[in-house]
Design a protein around this ligand. Sequence first.
Ligand code: GRF
Length: 201
Amino acid sequence: MKNIAVFCSGFGSNLQAIIDAVKKGKIGAKLRLVVSDNPACFALKRAKKAGIQTLVLEAKNFPTREAYDKEIIKELKKEKIDLIVLAGFMRLLSTHFVRAYKNRIINIHPALLPSFKGTHGIEDAFEYGVKVTGASVHFVDEKLDHGPIILQKAIEISEKDTLKSLEKKMHKAEHEIYPKAIQLIAQNKIKITGRKVKIET
Ligand code: GRF
């Protein structure tokens, strides 16, 4: 059984999807810790409601990114965390962190990578006028939104779509594929070779 930590900074709808999936037995792992850099975020309320231990570290209390990340690593070791799930965590992790947890950190991005990297994936795709966008779950490496891709789900953008309606579709797709990807990892069904992720069936 894997121990999971979910990192959030905001609304936490992906965290909620993961909490629900664990509760329903759709993810065979233990959600041990929720980490946040934002003490006011709604994600923390969700964690507390679900009875999950939380760790809040504000960047302003640490002199460097490394110092911040070292403190987190200490806590992750204490809780014997095997998998780190980034779900709207608005801080970049240091190289030190990424290396310490190589192939054990995953992220969800609201676009079909490698398109529309960065913090405005939904809006950027919408404004660009693409007809298809989607959600991507990927391993985290040293480069932004770059590591091997685990799952993607495509979403068509129709002429009737607004940014709001697209956001809604995106979150639905995210809440579907993120728990799925976590379960594949929990079941050891994923093999990484270079950039390629092979899923055992
Ligand atoms: C999601 O759209 C995710 O793709 C991006 O940040 C957003 C987080 O949303 N990385 P929520 O906090 O899970 O509702």
